[in-house]
Design a binder for this molecule. Structure first.
Ligand code: SF4
Ligand code: SF4
Length: 426
């Protein structure tokens, strides 16, 4: 057999194997009562969850496109790596991709657009977000929407969110610029399939926003086992679910801070009857409940994608028993006992600081780790050896307050930086 014949034979074998596999998948789905043909990118080993009244079935794990790998300069998205890991996730059953106009200074959407070329777009539900904070007049809405579609190389956005609903953005953008009317029109024109919002304020406002527009299809909330009473929290998730909305869960690992627990928390996990990694405990807390639709995780390398896919494949509603839930409750209680832990998730929405302070790294990572481990030497080492690729330490902060309105979690950044400087400056 010459090389050409060999390649042709190999291709036919692969295609036949693919057909057999997809036939087996469909048979498996039919036996399980799942309408696989209605699910984008169906894979037999991936559990799917219903997105409320939309009726759409999404993979248990969604791909968040905020925490992407960066090049050595610490600022530029590593496109090659990002495209590889997103496609790996899709090839293995992920069918929900979540980005935003503002993510990574505008780099996320174009990178997603490139990754979804060559047929990948049709395998996923694509979500992006309207940047409420940047809207200055009504014309901006169409402008941002069309820019997102252009960057994402798509005509239709499956899930379109108002990004970062708070009392301020609701009263200063959504209402005066008649944003709901405009996105409703985009939906009627077939350019948006479902309308939702991401939320960063209290439960009372969350209920008000739900009541103000009865046609929301979905919402996106910060949900993890530590933040059950933070923002809309656990009660907000139930409230939306009971009204038929799909509830997307973001920050399941609290920006990665639940990945490496301090010794006292780890010892609770070690003593559990069923062994799980800290990441697995955090995901399973959400997947166990009926309310979450897709659980969105921002993954930064292919190892994280592989690990999270494994956990997603094992997931189901009701997967945790009484003992498991006690373990999670004990871990959450222990975390809350550390003094000085803030609500910062390290999201970097406050960037850029005009003075170049690496706010997210300092508060979201270093300060949290310092407060739960008490390791002052390590914290001082980190603090005094910034600059990191994300910026410099808090010594140059002049308290201008420019960062304050950009923080979805209402962290008093200048005050915390002052405290940090006093405690850690060499
Ligand atoms: S208050 Fe400090 S950290 Fe915030 S923007 Fe001003 S200089 Fe930067
Ligand atoms: S201070 Fe606020 S905006 Fe900045 S990284 Fe933390 S949570 Fe995000």
């Amino acid at each position: 057999m010459n090389r050409r014949h060999f390649l042709k034979a190999a291709a036919m074998t692969t295609a036949a194997a693919g057909l057999l596999k997809s036939g087996a998948s469909l048979a498996h789905a039919a036996a399980s009562g799942i309408d696989a043909a209605s699910i984008r990118n169906y894979k037999a080993d991936m559990p799917y969850r219903r997105m409320g009244k939309t009726g759409v079935q999404v993979s248990a794990l969604g791909f968040g496109m905020l925490r992407l790998p960066l090049l050595a300069d610490g600022r530029t998205v590593d496109e090659r790596q990002t495209i590889g890991m997103l496609r790996y996730g899709i090839d293995n059953g992920i069918n929900y991709v979540d980005t935003a106009y503002v993510y990574l200074g505008g780099q996320s959407e174009p990178t997603v657009g490139k990754a979804l070329a060559n047929g990948y777009r049709d395998k996923v539900y694509l979500a992006t977000k309207l940047p409420l904070r940047l809207i200055k007049d009504e014309a901006d809405i169409d402008r941002f929407f069309d820019a997102s579609r252009h960057r994402l190389q798509t005509d239709v956005i499956d899930f379109y969110l108002l990004h970062h609903v708070t009392a301020k953005t609701w009263n200063q953008s959504v209402l005066p610029f008649k944003i709901m009317e405009k996105v409703e029109r985009l939906k009627q024109d077939g350019k948006i399939r479902f309308i939702g919002f991401s939320f960063h304020d209290n439960l009372a406002l969350f209920k008000h926003v739900l009541g103000a527009y009865p046609d929301w299809d979905f919402c996106q909330l910060m949900e993890n086992y530590l933040d059950t009473e933070y923002e809309a929290g656990f009660l907000g998730m139930k409230y939306a679910y009971e009204r038929g909305l799909a509830v997307n869960c973001m920050e399941p690992l609290k920006a990665g801070l639940l990945v490496r627990p301090p010794r006292e928390v780890q010892s609770i996990f070690d003593a559990a009857p069923v062994k799980r990694t800290p990441v697995e405990w955090a995901f399973d807390y959400l997947w166990n409940m009926p309310e979450p639709g897709v659980v969105i995780s921002g993954m930064s390398n292919v190892e994280q994608v592989k690990e999270n896919l494994e956990y997603a494949r094992r997931s189901s509603v009701g997967m945790l028993d009484w003992n498991d839930r006690v373990v999670i409750g004990q871990a959450a209680k222990r975390y809350r006992e550390y003094e000085g832990v803030t609500a910062c998730t390290g999201c970097n929405n406050c960037a850029p600081c005009p003075k170049g302070v690496a706010i997210g790294s300092l508060i979201g990572q270093m300060w949290f780790i310092y407060k739960v481990t008490g390791d002052k030497a390590a914290a001082q080492g980190y603090y005094n050896n910034v600059p990191t690729p994300r910026g410099v330490n808090a010594d140059v902060c002049d308290g201008c307050g420019e960062c304050l309105p950009k923080c979805p979690h209402h962290v008093d950044i200048p005050d915390l930086l002052r405290q940090m400087r006093a405690e850690l400056k060499a």
